[in-house]
Design a binder for this molecule. Structure first.
Ligand code: GLU
Length: 429
């Protein structure tokens, strides 16, 4: 990646979109800076009796459109620059999907795989103790992100409720269903991406059976999406996790691979019948090789900055759907656009997660819980409508889907900022 920070690079997308919208100066000024940034130290008693202090962050980027919303990431590379960029993306994501939320993000610099379950619980509760005054059901509502899961959300909701002395399920989303989570939240990011892909691909006259797919990242989003695509008739030829990937020109049996990974914690090209899994013919790949495969659709579903100016010329896919946040940097955007590769941006494609988080928050506040079918139907409706709107903008203005998505989000953010009065209002009247 270039010398710029992730946030500088994220802001560049905004600058590009600003040319296509007429916005008040107030809006432009407001969106340059995060509303509030919190850095905390979290002391944790480790199982061996020692004390370790972890760094935690929460950034609330903009709350003009509603309480801020965004996940919490546990990863060794978490930094304030990353959390700020992710909070910025959440602001646009919520505006693009027309959710009544602003954007936020949180994180802890930690490798959760090195912690015991009890250490992980103490760390998660410690983080909430440290940020409790910064969050709340009407203020800022966290959720899962990379390497955090429903159980961690449950511990966090419990801790917040203990501090406030009242059960507060709406303070956090992505909880286990038994304690106020929404049906369909766990599969929502993948499901949302699937609905967007199904809306886009017919525009290019692509039929699933003749469409090959490679998925980088086999976490909650990537693995579920690979399975949905497989079930939808697409030929998923390659998948990878942080250790590396597997490839088969015939297509992989994703449900078997998921089943195997679940029980063995390892990715393997297998075909399973009931509990018996046999290894099938395949090639082993690195993550870099997977990104450069000659496939129709490439799906980066891992971390940011995977496709940069260094490898953008190696990409051979025709379409890229960004399921991770920020997997392509702005320099690579330019190269991919010049090479005629269509990129469908994170702030639309992975927005299914926060959309069902919104549904969860609504259910927690109303006390009325929806069926899985209702959740998925409402998610589909939102994804299809906003994908079509962004497609329209990109066609009308002859701009990329990324810039069109920013234009769409900016229009909504601008309207909300203007509603409180701008310079034009105050000076002219
Ligand atoms: N972490 C997810 C994202 O990046 C979900 C956020 C949420 O549900 O609030 O969109």
């Amino acid at each position: 990646m270039s010398e710029d920070s992730l946030f500088d690079d994220a802001s560049r997308r905004l600058e590009k979109a600003l040319k296509y919208v007429s916005l008040s100066e107030d809006t432009k000024e407001r969106l340059k800076y995060p509303k509030a940034t919190l850095i905390v130290s979290i002391p944790v008693r480790m199982d061996d009796g020692s004390l370790r202090v972890f760094q935690g962050y929460r950034v609330r980027y903009d709350d003009t459109r509603g309480p801020t919303k965004g996940g919490i990431r546990y990863h060794p590379n978490v930094s304030i620059d990353e959390v700020k960029s992710l909070a910025f993306w959440m602001t646009f994501k919520c505006a693009v999907l027309s959710l009544p939320f602003g954007g936020a993000k949180g994180g802890i610099t930690v490798n959760p795989k090195e912690l015991s379950r009890m250490e992980l619980e103490r760390l998660s509760r410690g983080y909430i103790d440290a940020i409790a005054d910064f969050i709340g059901p009407d203020v800022d509502i966290p959720a899962p992100d990379v390497y955090t899961n429903p159980m961690i959300m449950g511990w966090m909701m419990d801790e917040y409720s203990i501090i406030r002395r009242q059960l507060s399920p709406a303070v956090i989303t992505g909880k286990p269903v038994s304690i106020g989570g929404s049906l369909g939240r766990n599969t929502a990011t993948a499901m949302g991406a699937f609905f967007a892909i199904e809306t886009i691909m017919p525009k290019f006259e692509c039929i699933p059976e003749k469409t090959t797919v490679a998925v980088q990242g086999f976490g909650n989003a990537g693995s579920v999406l690979a399975e949905l695509l497989c079930q939808g008739g697409y030929k998923v030829v390659a998948v990878s996790d942080s250790q590396g990937g597997i490839y088969s020109a015939q297509g992989l049996d994703i449900p078997s691979i998921r089943q195997y990974k679940e029980s063995n914690k390892q990715m393997q090209a297998v075909y399973c019948q009931d509990t018996v899994c046999n290894i099938v013919e395949h090639q082993v790949l690195t993550n870099e090789e997977l990104l450069a495969l000659d496939v129709d659709i490439l799906i980066p579903a891992a971390l940011e900055n995977q496709i940069t100016e260094k490898n953008a010329t190696d990409i051979r896919a025709k379409f890229i759907f960004e399921v991770a946040n920020g997997p392509i940097n702005s320099a690579a955007d330019k190269v991919l656009e010049e090479r005629g590769i269509y990129v469908f941006p994170d702030i639309l494609i992975n927005a299914g997660g926060v959309t069902v988080s919104y549904f969860e928050w609504v259910q927690n506040r109303s006390g009325l819980y929806w069926s899985l079918n209702e959740v998925n139907q409402k998610l589909k409706e939102k994804m299809v409508v906003e994908t079509e709107k962004i497609w329209q903008i990109s066609q009308e203005l002859s701009i990329s889907m990324r810039t069109a998505a920013y234009v769409h989000g900016l229009n909504r953010l601008g309207e909300a900022i203007n509603a409180k009065g701008t310079r034009d209002f105050y000076v002219k009247n």
